[in-house]
Write a new protein. Structure first.
Length: 127
């Protein structure tokens, strides 16, 4: 079994980072949030929703700030690809951040691995 060196691991992570950066740069227009299906209560007197049988489901966009926007059918169809692009961008960005943290750890390990003791340098001078 081949032992993977720190340098090889760094190069492997850098390649992955470059691929992710290319994807992130190509992402295009997007809308922040997630599309969900919601059930509602209208509150009209005698309506079935007051007895637990809610209306819906209706598509809605949850925004990062916590607000919810209901979507009509036409808007839902139009906005879906932009929201999916945002979700994909967020996943790639999280992965990019994880790899950057890994690279930081690997470079710290590389520094430690390549660190010389003062005595070693002194002995090279004296010999």
């Amino acid at each position: 079994m081949k032992v993977i060196t720190t340098q090889e691991r760094i190069e492997e992570r850098r390649k992955k980072l470059r691929r992710l950066e290319t994807e992130l740069m190509r992402s295009g227009k997007m809308v922040a949030g997630a599309i969900i299906q919601r059930y509602t209560v209208c509150g009209k007197e005698g309506c079935r929703c007051l007895e637990g049988q809610r209306h819906g489901p209706y598509p809605a966009l949850t925004r990062p700030n916590g607000k919810v926007v209901y979507l009509n059918r036409k808007l839902h169809t139009k906005i879906r690809p932009y929201v999916e692009r945002y979700q994909s961008f967020q996943r790639d960005l999280s992965q990019w951040r994880r790899i950057v943290r890994e690279l930081d750890e690997l470079f710290c390990k590389l520094r430690v691995d390549q660190m010389l003791k003062l005595e070693t340098v002194k002995s090279e001078i004296e010999s």
